[in-house]
Design a binder for this molecule. Structure first.
Ligand code: N2P
Length: 357
């Protein structure tokens, strides 16, 4: 009898192991196989219909995840377990990833649609020769405001944000480089400043802003401002364009002191498992018509020259969102300031957030 029980237990164990192993293999194939493509992008940063169209065209199944800041994205990518095939970081983050050996060089022969990108957005210092990255969207950081809620007042300077009349009216985007940059820019320092005293001074300046700060949030910032829950926001240009679309009472300005101009680009991480599919997706997004569809949906500015002709002039001729080189040349691109400064900016930002509590 004992033997029968033992045999039964053994058979049960073997069956269990077999079932477990098969399930594991299936799920791994589902996630990492040649028939899937995993994409890691900013929130609200693609037209979902384009993803469906790509799935139909390529026969690949897309697994899509989002992030809200370069810092959050970098932490995840540096973590060994991630296996994204395409990621869409900004300039300085791309430079950092490149430096850390986290990216693979792109095969330009698989990206014929690269020819549609305006040369103004190619070969930029963070990735010369576009060895590792190709442009997706670009824009600025600025102030969105609702003049009606401010008694007819117009804003055009970072200094305006400290005005007493803006008490509890400002929403800040939850991102270290942007918020510390606001402090630096207001004091007349570079957005790439690495002087510890200047950075501390910028933080103190930001602490003085706290009575005016209503919230520090990610993508819900758009809803709060469009619904007039606050009058002013520190926002990226494309988010401003979408908010204004929803509520034309708001306006967006590039502050007179200057600001950050950024370039988000598509890259393939070293841990990608579908490199061919990744190139296919990148080339699909570079197609002028697809790029135009995406631009209308997302609200950001396209670097795709070919896409411009598919877009209404009211979009492409709006200087708030398509400033010419005479303006952007005066703005600053974030540089990769190295590991120590990266950590210090994050720390100053966290400390600033703690001050609000
Ligand atoms: C999209 C955020 C855009 C990113 N929600 C700015 N680099």
């Amino acid at each position: 009898m004992k033997k029968v029980v033992q045999m039964f237990v053994a058979a049960f164990l073997v069956a269990f192991i077999l079932i477990y192993v098969t399930a594991r293999i299936n799920s791994l194939q589902g996630y990492y196989g040649a028939d899937t493509l995993t994409i890691y992008n900013w929130g609200d940063y693609v037209d979902p219909d384009l993803i469906t169209a790509f799935e139909e065209e390529s026969g690949l199944k897309v697994i899509y995840q989002t992030f809200e800041s370069n810092e959050a994205m970098l932490t995840k990518i540096a973590h060994k377990g991630s296996t994204f095939d395409v990621v869409i970081p900004s300039d300085y983050a791309i430079n950092k990833m490149k430096e850390q050996g986290l990216l693979i060089p792109l095969d330009h022969s698989l990206l014929p649609n690269l020819e549609h990108i305006d040369p103004r957005f190619l070969d930029l210092p963070f990735d010369e020769g576009n060895q590792y990255s190709v442009p997706y969207f670009w824009g600025t950081l600025g102030i969105i405001y609702n003049s009606d809620l401010l008694g007819g007042k117009h804003l055009d300077s970072w200094h305006d944000l400290w005005d007493d009349s803006l008490r509890n009216e400002i929403i800040l985007v939850d991102s270290a480089r942007e918020v510390i940059g606001l402090g630096l820019n207001t004091l007349g320092y570079s957005l790439n400043d690495t002087d510890v005293d200047h950075l501390r001074e910028a933080q103190s300046k930001l602490v003085e802003l706290i009575p005016n700060v209503k919230a520090i949030v990610g993508d819900e910032l758009k809803m709060l401002l469009a619904n007039e829950e606050a009058a002013v926001g520190l926002v990226w240009s494309g988010d401003a364009a979408l908010i204004i679309d929803d509520n034309p009472k708001l306006d967006y300005v590039i502050p007179i002191e200057g600001t950050n101009v950024w370039f988000d680009s598509m890259v393939i991480p070293r841990t990608a498992t579908n490199i061919e599919g990744a190139h296919q997706f990148i080339n699909f997004m570079l197609d002028p018509e697809n790029s135009a569809i995406n631009t209308e949906y997302v609200g950001y500015s396209t670097p795709n020259q070919g896409a411009l002709e598919f877009l209404p002039e009211e979009i492409t001729e709006d200087e708030r969102f398509y400033p010419g080189p005479e303006i952007t040349d005066k703005l600053e691109v974030y540089e990769n300031l190295g590991k120590r400064m990266f950590a210090f900016y994050n720390e100053l930002f966290l400390e600033f957030k703690m001050h609000r509590k």
